[in-house]
Design a protein around this ligand. Structure first.
Ligand SMILES: [Ca+2]
Length: 385
């Protein structure tokens, strides 16, 4: 309050002096402009801009689209990333940590804590060889296409910058408590773009402080507006939910505790969300606003080109989970309940949506494709600048 008063008085004195020296005249327009400037200045004095944004934790399995989602989220003017956790999925949490640190290094945001979470699914089951092959084809052996990071260097970096409280534990609840204590007055939201193992362990702990976690935005599953997916069931089982269906079930059953939004493959693989060669070229050539190729633009084009080489169109599934939290008006949501099948067999991990106006889960069924691409391009062209 004292700081506020001081700033206000200094501003008024400067304004009056400028008038006395005949530099500005005091009239209605000048007075309005000056007061607007004053209010903005005071707002900056009292709150840092990042304190006004929603605080968000990202939980990722560090494939190509997770890393792009991190870069997109870091460039948001609606949310502030306060921590990133890794989970076993596209890669293990240690390699996942290296990939995340690389993205943070490019954005000069190594002040964000990175936590290495669950190394196995709740049932400790390994992925089928078919899923492993699919995962490697989509993201490369280490999650970043053809890029290979220096493990020793990344582990040293992580050890140097990570608070001691986050070392020596893989328990996600420890990480959540650390973040909640760091921001004692704020609610926290989570964006989950990998298997839900970490989030499920948090849900099972049921601590009181978790009441400050208000919303979870999830990429997972595949949905029809009514009932079970039809056709090729194996192709309807999505990687994140397949990798840990028990965890997905636990999180979705906690719908009374958080607001849950989900986007599934039915939407992320919709042609409206496809990124073609031209858009990749535009993003990479304008990244850094057209200056000579920076480390950031080489990094981006390496990731995006890897995906494009293997597909006619490129889908950045996890980016939609970020936009779903910070730009929900991009989507049309349908309220209902989601059931995850955990029985053995080809349906294991399948997600079944039941429309219900009293339901507590919001599933995205439609997106404004042109706004999605526009936002994506705008964010990525700034990466590394
Ligand atoms: Ca992912």
């Amino acid at each position: 309050m004292v700081q506020l008063l001081k700033s206000s008085i200094i501003f008024d004195v400067v304004y009056y002096c400028l008038h006395v020296c005949n530099i500005i005249a005091i009239n209605t327009l000048n007075w309005l402009v000056a007061n607007y400037a004053k209010n903005i200045m005071l707002l900056h004095c009292v709150y840092r801009i990042e304190d006004l944004l929603r605080r968000v934790i990202l939980d990722v399995d560090s494939g190509i689209d997770d890393i792009i989602a991190i870069l997109v989220a870091l460039r948001s003017s609606n949310i502030c990333i306060v921590g990133i956790s890794t989970v076993n999925g596209n890669v293990n949490p240690n390699i996942g940590m290296s990939n995340v640190l690389k993205a943070l290094e490019i954005e000069n945001r190594l002040n964000i804590p990175v936590f290495q979470g669950a190394r196995r699914s709740l049932r400790n089951r390994s992925q089928s060889s078919k899923m492993k092959i699919g995962r490697e084809v989509s993201h490369g052996r280490r999650g970043l296409g053809n890029l290979v990071l220096d493990d020793k260097k990344m582990n040293e970096l992580w050890n140097r910058i990570t608070p001691d409280a986050l070392k020596g534990t893989h328990n996600y609840s420890d990480f959540i408590e650390f973040i909640l204590q760091k921001y004692p007055d704020d609610n926290i939201s989570i964006i989950a773009t990998g298997p839900l193992t970490n989030i499920a362990t948090m849900v099972m702990k049921e601590s009181e402080s978790q009441q400050r976690i208000k919303e979870i935005s999830i990429m997972g599953g595949l949905y029809r507006e009514t009932g079970k997916p039809t056709g090729d069931i194996e192709r309807s089982v999505e990687f994140n939910f397949y990798s840990d269906p028990e965890a997905a079930k636990i999180v979705l059953n906690a719908k009374h505790r958080f607001m849950i939004r989900i986007v599934g493959l039915n939407l992320t693989q919709n042609p409206k969300c496809s990124i073609n060669k031209d858009l990749v070229k535009r993003i990479c050539s304008t990244n850094g606003h057209g200056r000579s190729p920076s480390e950031a633009s080489k990094f981006l084009s390496s990731l995006l080109d890897y995906k494009l080489e293997r597909n006619t169109g490129l889908y950045l599934h996890d980016v939609l989970a970020v936009f779903m939290l910070e730009e929900p008006s991009l989507f049309r949501f349908v309220k209902g309940e989601v059931e995850i099948l955990t029985n053995e067999g080809s349906e294991r991990g399948l997600s079944v949506f039941k429309k219900d106006s009293a339901g507590q889960v919001l599933v995205a069924f439609c997106v404004n494709g042109s706004r999605f691409r526009h936002l994506l391009q705008g964010r990525l062209r700034c990466v590394g600048t």
